[in-house]
Design a protein around this ligand. Structure first.
Ligand code: PHE
Length: 449
């Protein structure tokens, strides 16, 4: 059944899921929060969370999706027909995916604009203040951010309309290796610049004094976001994984690739930033306000590296946006109410409307406040601190406490053909450790001002 429904090969399935997980979170966010919270110390905590908790949540979502052969809204009632209200968890996840996509396309639109400017050489030759001014000017303008957002969204929708095998799988199988290649080129360039070791030191030297409790929570939040878990996307992708594939192996591959690419992004960025004598703790503006200066200081060849970097970022963002849109479209298609093309168009319009409001809230709509924040910051806070951990909590509670253990065992062992000696550990984490960690994130998030 899954072979007609989903991906056609194990490689395709892994590349598509890696495509989902590798995104702006790895290349734009991971490097700057690592710098912020103590370099190597943060990385150690992150690794622990990503493998112990994030990967287990991914595995949980895969089990649910593949067992039910369905996206989240139908999967829960299929697995527990006597507790149909679990479908609301699926609905909640899909709403979360919608909100995340609406904000994700805004930043992706900025990235697309930078890629165009880098390729056409328009970023080169600007002084550092001009680079910073350029970003503020662009992101707060009325039309350009929404226009780029729309172009990016249409690109995403075209792939979704192409279908699971011919769209998502085909595109991911090409783009992911290309992305890795481009990133390695940048790493080599960065590491061969004078003074590169200072950047490596900043990234990897464990400074435990900078690792605050806030940093520990940020590491867990980042682990969930980076692996694209906590909104049912991996339930949808799980339902597409060939029935003969080991779900554990698939999850390990995805987690390893995702983590490797995040670390490589740090290696591509920090040595170059230090080599140019720039301020490393650039925060969210690191990629847009600091890196163009790094490329400019490389002389003529900098244009090429700038183009490589921003194209790389667009590709990473694209495959993540594809997974978010697919989760929405697949849910409606499965309900039988609409076809793939119609629902893709519908969600493109809806996401564009919400996304454009978020984009405008960085400029003309800045005065509109929600909870004392701009709309952009408000949605960002919902997306990073509250919604995914809450949805992930529901998902692990479902698997750990409501799904029949025999079904879990059967699905993880591919009907008894694979050994599952690790099942006890998995079950323990899903029943106790992950819920406790997620609750902690949620409570701390709520208590934070
Ligand atoms: N994992 C993606 C990234 O690192 C973001 C994402 C989150 C994609 C949730 C899909 C779902 O950028």
């Amino acid at each position: 059944m899954s072979d007609t429904r989903g991906f056609s090969s194990s490689f395709g399935a892994i590349m598509a899921a890696v495509g989902s997980s590798v995104g702006l979170g790895n290349i734009w966010r991971f490097p700057y929060i690592t710098g912020q919270y103590g370099g190597g110390a943060f990385i150690i905590v992150y690794l622990l969370f990503v493998f112990l908790i994030g990967m287990m949540i991914m595995l949980t979502e895969f089990v649910i999706g593949r067992r039910a052969q369905s996206g989240p809204v139908r999967a829960y009632p299929i697995l527990r027909p006597d507790r149909r209200w679990w479908r609301w968890l699926g609905v909640f996840g899909i709403c979360t995916a919608f909100l995340i996509l609406s904000l994700y396309v805004v930043i992706s639109g900025w990235t697309l604009n930078y890629a165009v400017e880098a390729v056409t050489g328009r970023l080169s030759g600007l002084a550092p203040e001009q680079v910073s001014y350029h970003f503020d000017q662009f992101s707060s303008s009325a039309v350009a951010p929404s226009a780029y957002l729309l172009i990016f969204l249409v690109l995403t929708a075209v792939v979704i309309i192409g279908g699971v095998k011919k769209g998502i799988e085909a595109v991911s199988k090409v783009l992911m290796p290309v992305l890795l290649g481009l990133l390695l080129v940048l790493c080599v360039r960065s590491l061969t610049l004078p003074g590169a070791s200072q950047g490596l030191n900043y990234l990897f030297h464990p400074d435990f004094s900078k690792l605050t409790s806030e940093g520990v929570l940020a590491a867990l939040g980042q682990a969930l976001f980076s692996l694209s878990v906590g909104m049912g996307i991996m339930v949808v992708y799980g339902s597409y994984i060939p029935v003969s594939d080991s779900l554990l192996k698939t999850s390990v591959w995805i987690t390893v690739c995702d983590t490797l690419i995040a670390v490589l992004a740090g290696v591509a960025i920090f040595p170059a930033v230090f080599s140019c004598g720039l301020e490393p703790a650039g925060g969210p503006g690191l990629v847009f306000k600091v890196l163009p200066n790094v490329f400019n200081s490389m002389g003529g060849i900098g244009v090429v590296f700038a183009a490589i970097f921003f194209v790389l970022l667009v590709l990473a963002a694209l495959t993540s946006a594809i997974s978010l849109l697919e989760a929405l479209v697949a849910t409606v298609v499965e309900s039988g109410k609409m076809g793939r093309v119609k629902s893709s168009v519908m969600f493109t319009v809806l996401v564009f409307i919400v996304g454009a409001v978020c984009a405008l809230s960085c400029g003309p709509l800045r005065h509109i406040q929600m909870g004392g924040m701009s709309i952009f910051d408000f949605v960002d806070r919902l997306n990073s601190i509250y919604l995914p951990p809450l949805c992930a909590l529901g998902t692990v509670v479902f698997l750990g406490w409501f799904m029949p253990k025999a079904d879990i065992m059967d699905e993880l062992s591919n009907h008894g053909t694979l050994s599952v000696g690790w099942l006890k550990l998995f079950y323990f984490v899903v029943r106790f450790v992950a819920p406790a960690a997620l609750l902690l994130v949620l409570v701390t998030g709520i208590l934070q001002p």
